[in-house]
Design a protein around this ligand. Structure first.
Ligand SMILES: *[C@@H]1O[C@H](CO)[C@@H](O)[C@H](O)[C@H]1NC(C)=O
Ligand SMILES: *[C@@H]1O[C@H](CO)[C@@H](O)[C@H](O)[C@H]1NC(C)=O
Ligand SMILES: [Ca+2]
Ligand SMILES: [Ca+2]
Ligand SMILES: [Ca+2]
Length: 689
């Protein structure tokens, strides 16, 4: 029996490997008498490094079932199922089809698991096999073994070796040649690829180092025969490179040598040559010698040199001028300098011509004027920026596109250097009344119909008109007793009682109140409301919106004409007496000069003085009243779609409404446009400065 087993083993092992070590047996529980229901076996072994582990089954008799779902032997290699077996198999079948796959990867593990289910229809003997380890033949069986020339297998590993004249590289796999040459001080000589003019070695990595005195330069002359492997699409498979003090030339390959003579302008040159592991190309050959160094015709990029020559010799001095839009990287920021060719072939001094940089444009911080793509980092010569306004309630005044010009200044296409401005879109309410009415019994405004009208509640009730996002205009007499910073104005509202509860209401605080210098502030004996106008600067910009918009100032010099219809609005006295809780408006007409000159008496025997800075208006049963003061008189009258609307007048004075004269006097805003503009400009400037 023992003899038979050994014979059998020999027969079994021979076909697989010349070297194989039997390690042991594996068999089902109860073998060979038969396994019981619910039997199981878990077996696993690992191969040592450089070896594989095999299982050889010599007997298999299990209950047969579909997909071996009842009783089965499963074999896993590194966790992956490689075989599942059941039923009865003949020895030959095991040998030829089953056993060859029952092998681990090199150094890997096998797991064999056997289980039987709850029943057996008849007795089955089970399985038996043995396991072996054997060397893995990397040279034969592993195409990725990495040996570039020879491969030698041995038990537990392998090694690479090389042909004559090659040696094994540091990676122990690649065969390379010794082709490094260090040639210091040599002023003439020859360099060629390994084995020139025979085929050059594979996997070559050659470095040829030349170095001569620093007033000399190396000059290379390539032989016409040049043959360095190139792919069909012109890429270098093998390659020649020339490294000089100013950079690297190449790679060169194919059949055309580098242009000769090749002046390197360098006294230190390293030539490298690399090849891959295929091909029989011939390589290259060159002679080198030295000449005096010359200076190159280009001193620095983005500049021109005068006088212009192909090269310059020691001691020559030239003028370098930076190209348009470039300046020297030195303090003076000029664009010209003199430089002299040195014996070492370099220009001294040497400065770089840099593109001028306009920097990010100086725009206000209020965030309304914006540069498109606000993280714009391109601010150099020829770069462009584009402006826009961040809110629809502003329009861009000026050009929208600017280019960084050669002097480093932002310049628009029409030649402007001043940045554009975002100015308020004035006199264009989004919501407009569709019919007319009056204040004395006037119609109640809706939100957004008269969006420039601001309410003043204290110290005395009145109105003001928004003329830009930081300023309002009113009548001087409304604010003559007000402290500069104590006035509150309310915008975005109709019902004056809601000012503290309605979230839409915008509460504005004054920062400065400027009363017209020509306004007579003596109130004890008032006969004159000339120059009844004042400006209010807010402590912050207001956010314009559909309910809070600016009105335009009058344009041109044409006076209002008699009968011209306008809209006047206010929270003032109504014909029922007392102030109106809500904003009302009405349409009235301008009266003739003669009518206006017949001024009423404010108190007995005290006729008021009419001046050219006033006009008067009204209509039968319609007028502005006390406490409408400071509010707007707007032309044309608000009827929908006839904007832009302009502030023609400011409610100033008139006979008491209870007298029902229906004649109100207004400050003629047209006469004050220059004063308004100049005052605002001067104030803004002084606050900025
Ligand atoms: C073998 O492993 C399986 C699954 O892990 C387990 O159910 C069974 O009890 C194990 N058998 C033995 C004999 O350890
Ligand atoms: C650049 O713009 C500024 C301002 O408009 C102008 O004075 C200067 O001449 C411009 N420079 C060039 C080179 O066009
Ligand atoms: Ca069974
Ligand atoms: Ca081996
Ligand atoms: Ca090659």
């Amino acid at each position: 029996m023992l003899k038979l087993s050994l014979l059998l083993l020999k027969f079994l092992l021979l076909p697989y490997s010349t070297y194989s070590l039997l390690l042991g047996w594996v068999e089902s529980p109860g073998y060979p008498s038969g396994y019981l229901p619910h039997a199981s076996l878990n077996w696993s072994r690992c191969a040592p490094k450089g070896h594989t582990l095999s299982i050889r089954l010599i007997h298999l008799d299990l209950e047969d079932s579909q997909d071996c779902e009842n009783d089965a032997v499963k074999i896993f290699s590194n966790g992956n199922l490689i075989s599942i077996l059941c039923g009865k198999r003949e020895f030959e079948e095991l040998q030829t089809t089953v056993n060859p796959v029952l092998q681990s990867s090199p150094g890997g593990c096998l797991i064999l698991s056997f289980h039987s289910d709850f029943s057996n229809t008849k007795r089955h003997t089970g399985f038996r096999g043995f396991y072996t380890v054997q060397d893995f033949d990397e040279c034969e069986d592993d195409p990725d073994n990495g040996c570039t020339q020879f491969c030698h297998n041995f038990i537990g590993g392998y090694r690479c070796s090389c042909r004559h004249s090659y040696h094994l590289g540091a990676d122990k796999h690649t065969c390379t040649v010794s082709c490094n040459q260090d040639l210091p001080g040599l002023t003439r000589g020859e360099i060629s690829s390994p084995s020139w003019p025979g085929s050059y070695a594979e996997n070559a990595n050659c470095k040829y180092t030349l170095s001569v005195d620093d007033h000399l330069q190396l000059e290379l002359h390539f032989s016409d025969l040049f043959d360095v492997e190139e792919s069909p699409d012109g890429q270098c498979i093998d390659g020649l490179r020339i490294h000089t003090s100013s950079g690297t030339l190449g790679p060169y390959c194919g059949n055309t040598p580098p242009r000769s003579p090749l002046l390197t302008h360098s006294n230190q040159v390293q030539i490298t040559f690399t090849s891959d592991s295929f091909g029989t190309n011939k390589g290259f050959n060159l002679h080198f010698k030295t000449t005096d160094k010359v200076c190159p015709s280009v001193v620095t990029p983005h500049s021109t040199v005068t006088p212009e020559e192909p090269e310059y010799h020691q001691g020559q001095t030239v003028t370098v001028t930076c190209d348009d839009g470039h300046e020297l990287n030195i303090r003076s920021k000029s664009s010209q300098y003199l430089t002299t060719c040195q014996s070492t072939g370099v220009w001294a001094p040497s400065y770089i011509c840099e593109r001028v940089d306009c920097g990010f444009p100086d725009i206000p911080e209020d965030g309304i004027l914006k540069v498109m793509g606000s993280d714009n980092q391109h601010t150099q010569y020829t770069d462009q920026i584009q402006f826009h306004c961040s809110s629809n309630y502003y329009k861009l005044e000026g050009d929208d596109t600017y280019i960084c010009n050669a002097s480093g200044q932002w310049q628009s296409s029409s030649g402007k250097t001043e940045m554009p401005k975002c100015t308020e879109v004035c006199g264009m309410p989004e919501n407009e009344p569709q019919s007319t009415a009056r204040i004395l019994g006037g119609k109640i405004a809706k939100l957004g119909e008269i969006p420039w009208h601001l309410l003043i509640k204290e110290p005395s009730r009145g109105g003001a008109t928004l003329i830009n996002d930081r300023w309002a205009v009113t009548a001087a007499h409304v604010v003559e007793h007000v402290e500069q910073t104590s006035l509150s104005l309310y915008g975005g509202l109709i019902d004056g009682r809601t000012s503290s509860t309605d979230p839409n209401v915008v509460v504005i605080t004054s920062e400065k109140i400027i009363i017209h210098p020509g306004y007579a502030r003596n109130v004890n004996d008032r006969t004159n409301f000339d120059n009844d106008i004042a400006l209010i600067r807010f402590d912050a910009r207001v956010n314009l919106g559909p309910n809070l918009l600016t009105i335009c100032l009058p344009e041109g010099t044409i006076d209002l004409v008699e009968g011209e219809q306008s809209t006047v609005s206010g929270w003032g006295v109504t014909d029922r007496g007392g102030s109106s809780a809500v904003l009302r408006y009405t349409t009235i007409g301008v009266y003739s000069l003669e009518d206006c000159q017949k001024t009423p008496e404010l108190s007995p025997n005290n006729p008021m003085v009419f001046t050219d800075n006033m006009f008067c208006a009204g209509a039968d049963g319609k007028d502005s009243c006390e406490k409408d003061s400071g509010g707007p008189f707007v032309v044309p009258m608000l009827t929908g779609g006839n904007g832009p609307y302009r502030l023609a007048g400011i409610v100033s004075w008139g006979p008491p409404c209870r007298e029902r004269k229906y004649k109100g006097y207004y400050t003629k805003v047209k006469n004050y446009v220059p004063w308004i503009r100049d005052t605002i400009d001067a104030t803004e400037k002084s606050l900025k400065g």
